[in-house]
Design a binder for this molecule. Structure first.
Ligand code: NAP
Length: 180
């Protein structure tokens, strides 16, 4: 997928400058890292604890580690975006299962919320974003998903609107504020 789309998970935008997807790859002002693992159809009678641990490493610990590594390079006006998932919403969990994925995304959202408090005094805003249900490999390119282009368009709008007043908010890419 094109760079900007696929960057779900962690996006860092410096100086409050919006960067077009095509420019993002080489821009020194816009860094987006896309990674994440999700084993979605896992039930309680089919748990793999090594897989759950791995999902925590990739989905929750790695983005926090990356944020810490970048911190000295982020100036006032920079933005940090955690690409979490609606599946990491406890209120929204009406179907169960997907233990490692759901648990690791809750942890990521909590890291994003703490960062929003800790980085506010440095002038850095943090968003916790859900890209929507997107046609990607993770979802088996589901027919009910939106395209990556649609998702990224919404994500960039949310990033544009992110500021120190709304820092720490959990948004759907379509602008809906999601329950924790
Ligand atoms: N698609 C959705 O509907 C949806 C909904 C909610 C949230 N999200 C989130 O959006 C993000 C991207 O999801 P996606 O749908 O684009 O998933 P995807 O199609 O499965 O792509 C995941 C990407 O993460 C990379 N990756 C996985 N493990 C990695 C690791 N340990 N180190 C570095 N890169 C790694 C993969 O690299 P390789 O190609 O090398 O394996 C791949 O490029 C994830 O955080 C996901 O949780 C997606």
């Amino acid at each position: 997928m094109p760079v900007a789309v696929l960057l779900p998970l962690l996006a860092v935008q410096e100086n409050g400058r919006r960067t077009q997807p095509a420019q993002a790859r080489n821009s020194s002002r816009h860094r987006i890292r896309d990674f994440g693992v999700g084993l979605l159809a896992v039930l309680v009678d089919n748990l793999d604890f090594d897989s759950i641990r791995r999902q925590f490493e990739v989905n929750a610990i790695a983005p926090l580690r990356l944020t810490q590594a970048l911190l000295n390079n982020l100036k006032s006006g920079a933005k940090v975006v955690m690409m979490t998932s609606r599946m990491g919403s406890i209120d929204d969990n009406t179907s169960g299962g997907s233990y490692g994925y759901r648990m690791s995304k809750v942890a990521l959202s909590m890291a994003g919320k703490s960062l929003s408090h800790d980085l506010k005094s440095k002038g850095i805003a943090v968003a916790i974003l859900h890209p929507g249900l997107v046609k990607t490999r993770m979802t088996g390119f589901t027919d009910s998903g939106i395209t990556t282009t649609q998702s990224v368009k919404g994500l960039l709008t949310r990033i544009d609107q992110l500021n120190l007043q709304n820092t720490g908010t959990f948004w759907h890419s379509n602008g809906e504020i999601l329950p924790w």
